[in-house]
Design a protein around this ligand. Structure first.
Ligand code: GDP
Length: 171
């Protein structure tokens, strides 16, 4: 295995309650809780990911979505090579907020940072953000696009594998 030990810093951003912490919990521990505790400020977790030709050490920063923590966000996204921007597919407002995050990262995030836009909670029936609309927006803005459910686990590892594959890896 080559490239062993490369480290990638990723940051999760998005409105509160869209499921950022749940996505991390599902990906890193394969668990889900209906009563997830809100994240205060930010927290991080390391997770090793084995890709086909390399091992990547992910450092995943999970940020609080509340507006009162917004001013802290640059501390977490500066230096991050990848951003996972999450919205809730049942909540149009959270999609609008995700677009604001996309703009902010494209303007102020690290140069060449890759962004994955993620519509979470696809296990729920009341879709408000249509896949085609979100996918079109993602394509027009050069983002990777995923739909997922932290509850069922569907689509979750694809987000991190997809981002890791397109990010430049420097030891
Ligand atoms: P965060 O504030 O963005 O980190 O969101 P949380 O991870 O704390 O999740 C907020 C709420 O949504 C919690 O009650 C979770 O159990 C719930 N939740 C998270 N992901 C999903 C999902 O994929 N499907 C469903 N049905 N609920 C979810």
């Amino acid at each position: 295995m080559n490239n062993s030990g490369v480290q990638l810093k990723l940051v999760l951003l998005g409105d509160s309650a869209v499921g950022k912490s749940s996505i991390v919990l599902r990906f890193c521990k394969n668990q889900f809780s209906d009563e997830a505790e809100p994240t205060i400020g930010a927290s991080f977790i390391n997770h090793d990911l084995e890709l086909e030709e390399s091992e990547v050490k992910l450092q995943i920063w999970d940020t609080a979505g509340q507006e009162r923590f917004h001013s802290l966000a640059p501390m977490y996204y500066r230096g991050a090579k990848g951003a996972v921007i999450v919205y809730d597919v049942t909540n149009i407002e959270s999609f609008e907020r995700a677009k604001d995050w996309v703009k902010e990262i494209q303007e102020k995030g690290s140069q060449n940072a890759k962004i994955a836009l993620v519509g979470n909670k696809i296990d729920l029936d009341e879709y408000r953000v249509e896949t085609e609309v979100a996918e079109k927006y993602a394509t027009e803005n050069g983002l990777l696009f995923f739909e997922a459910s932290a509850k069922t686990g569907i689509g979750i590892s694809e987000i991190f594998v997809g981002l890791s594959k397109v990010l430049p890896k420097t030891p």
